[in-house]
Design a protein around this ligand. Sequence first.
Ligand code: DAH
Length: 349
Amino acid sequence: MENKIIEEVKQLIEEDKNTVIDLKSLNDLKIKYLGKKGIISELNSEIKNVPNEEKKNFGQMVNEVRNLFNDFYEEKKNEFETLLLNEKLSSEAIDISLPATKVVTGAPNILEKLIEEVEDVFMSMGYDVVDGPEIEYDKYNFEMLNIPKGHPARDAQDTFYLEGEEILLRSQTSPVQVRTMLEGKGKVPVRMICPGKTYRRDDDDATHSHQFMQIEGLLVDKDISLSDLKGTIDVVMKKLFGEDVESRFRPSYYQFTEPSVEVDISCFNCKGSGCNICKKTGWITVAGAGVVHPNVLRMAGYDPEVWSGFAFGFGAERLAMLKYDINDLRVFYNTDLRESRVFDRKEAE
Ligand code: DAH
């Protein structure tokens, strides 16, 4: 009796095999045989009704049918899946003779790049690159730089005040000198540069911006003089603009340095004969600098009888404009990627 049922099911499977034409009909068949109420599942639940002595045999036969179906199912499934894959591959074939779509690539921001170059030169001379806050206390931006409240030197820096008279957007990176010395707690040598954003109430045009970048520098050690500053500036300018570039100091005035100087470099474009870049003078101003004022050292915890130092502040945009032949400062702050790419390419040439 049981044998007969099994044989019939086998027969039925053989017949049903012909109805399978795709993955869907194959899965329908799986439900018909192996689903909850499927034929083979029913056979399985029949086992408990079979007399004990036949149970084992019947069980084996049910297994055999199940294997029969499963083998068929797996084989067909593979067949259909391979077919589908091949169809997909041939319909999505890539025509390698088609011209490629151009991928637009970016380029480093030119100002960022210049700052990195300057950092590399100073780091090779043992300087640390440090950071400072853009929102600053009046105390660090002015007072500890020897510019007391009410001093006329403050007027030259049209400062953005944020809260009363104490908190402002730093108008220069020089407060980082003070912060570095205070943090150093008298340790020497101090050797740092700080590139960073600064703010002044200026109207934006080709050579002014209410937000611009400076690269501050400070060195404090024993017996530091203006000639150390000169040597340092010379090396850095040659690295940036070429070996035949000269630098010169002109007397100037800053509250936090004594003596103070303006740093000029010889025009790398006309080599001193006069051109548009140097406004026919043969020289270009790139930084303010000087020997650190004894008051600044003292207020920051360094005895000016023992220690001395030099400091400088480069205009970063100025350097980048000269180096990359840019005549409008605003290109650094608009977001037109094409400009970065142009400079990137120019440099690669
Ligand atoms: N902070 C000055 C400015 O913004 C530039 C400067 C001058 C920085 C002399 C210095 C310095 O460190 O020694 O105009």
